[in-house]
Design a protein around this ligand. Structure first.
Ligand SMILES: [Zn+2]
Length: 413
């Protein structure tokens, strides 16, 4: 396969990209040699590494409205509605796989090729976990899945919670998850984080914790997580997800906290569509945004990736699997529509996510790397963000996984 006349991020010239046996074999200036007949003409559009979805719950997708919608719009009603869903309709593996595949097909259409999904392991049948492990294997040549053992109801605050986490790790899960702010007490929250790192070390797994996903400025498990990561040298393999409370921390505390965060080298994830919807629900005006300090994290040189968290589930009723939609929301609520922020904004849904997933070895437009890429119907980050441009071609390991024709629009005036 040869892609001719494409743009690459950060470059002005056009390039021809050669692919053989699923790998990039040559990246040459456009027109340097005659293109073979079966080449794909990119017409000057942007070719870049695929989008990454660093945080979603595929076991819950496509369940919005069953048995009822989340009427308050709060995180906690989301958790109780999910409990009702599981009670009325016990989870089974084929049903979960069908819903998850539907979501993955949507994501493929929008250029996502790498996905990290949290799976509720306080659901004791482990149907969700089994479904995801099966999908991981079935889809491995098309879209790559990482799984997180996510204790939705807590680790210490659930009878037998530690055993469930151990069982999940033994089943081949990639990451240890957690939810320290939802544990019954501060002590439980702190103990859960130490337990998470012990498990991660035992199974050589990564760590991805729902951390301080609330507006309470006293929710300060991020400092515990980062300290543990720093102490054990596991920052690069750690993601602190959400950290919504950081949006409520005072600046004096945050200044001190950032020193630790930088030294720990942990990564961050924010889900702006989800958090702007779920947070700020317990207060009257003025309302907080409930979003972590995305811009400050970027400006401090730390890594943060944006994810969608949900597609039509008890926590978030809409969503179509499109990372550009999440990016647009993140830039708005993060006060990041300055030109400098916009001109590299696709990093937040691509390379930064790859860093969160620790997949840099198979990610990037470089000779010798697997041919994982997308071509978008635009030339640069600004244009693609502004017009929410479509993904025209998505190729994974040299194999086309989705194609789209540019839309034809006629405006009659
Ligand atoms: Zn989540």
């Amino acid at each position: 396969m040869v892609i001719t006349g494409c743009k690459l991020r950060g470059k002005t010239e056009l390039y021809d990209v050669y692919i053989e046996d699923g790998k990039f074999t040559e990246i040459a200036e456009h027109g340097k040699k005659a293109a073979p007949k079966e080449s794909y003409d990119a017409h000057g559009k942007l070719l870049m590494p695929p989008f990454v979805e660093p945080h979603i719950h595929l076991d819950c997708v496509m369940t919005a409205g069953i048995p009822h919608y989340n009427m308050s719009g709060t995180l906690f009603e989301g958790i109780s509605t999910w409990h009702e869903y599981k009670t009325e309709q016990p989870l089974n593996i084929p049903e979960i796989k069908d819903r998850a595949k539907e979501a993955l097909r949507l994501m493929a259409e929008y250029g996502v090729q790498f996905v990290r999904t949290h799976v509720d392991v306080t659901e004791t049948t482990f149907a969700g976990l089994t479904a995801m492990e099966e999908l991981k294997e079935e889809l491995k040549d098309i879209i790559e899945l990482q799984t997180v053992a996510f204790p939705q109801n807590g680790i210490l605050s659930v009878k037998g919670g530690k055993e469930l986490m151990k069982k999940a790790m033994a089943a081949g899960v990639d990451c240890v998850g957690g939810i320290p702010h939802y544990e019954f007490s501060r002590e439980y929250g702190v103990e859960s984080i130490r337990f998470i790192y012990d498990l991660a070390e035992e199974y050589n797994a990564m760590v991805d914790v729902h951390c301080d996903e609330m507006d309470d400025e006293q929710s300060r498990y991020l400092e515990v997580l980062a300290t543990e990561a720093w102490q054990r040298g596991m920052g690069a393999r750690t993601v602190a997800a959400h950290t919504c409370a950081m949006g409520s921390y005072n600046d004096s505390y945050c200044t001190k906290l950032f020193r630790l965060l930088k030294e720990s080298e942990i990564n961050f994830n924010s889900c702006p569509t989800e958090s702007i919807h779920l947070q700020g629900r317990t207060e009257n005006y003025p309302k907080r945004r409930g979003i972590t300090r995305i811009k400050e994290i970027v400006d401090a040189g730390m890594n943060i990736a944006l994810g969608q968290d949900s597609i039509a589930d008890p926590w978030y009723p809409i969503g179509v699997g499109n990372p550009l939609r999440v990016l647009e929301m993140g830039l708005h609520v993060g006060h990041m529509l300055g030109y400098k922020d916009i001109s590299n904004c696709l990093d937040l849904i691509s390379v930064n996510g790859a860093k969160n997933l620790c997949i840099q070895d198979k990610y990037g437009i470089d000779v010798g790397k697997p041919a994982n890429f997308i071509i978008l119907d635009g030339g640069d980050d600004y244009e693609i963000l502004r017009f929410q441009k479509a993904v025209l071609l998505s190729v994974h390991n040299g194999r086309i996984i989705s194609e789209k024709k540019p839309a034809v629009v006629n405006v009659h005036f």
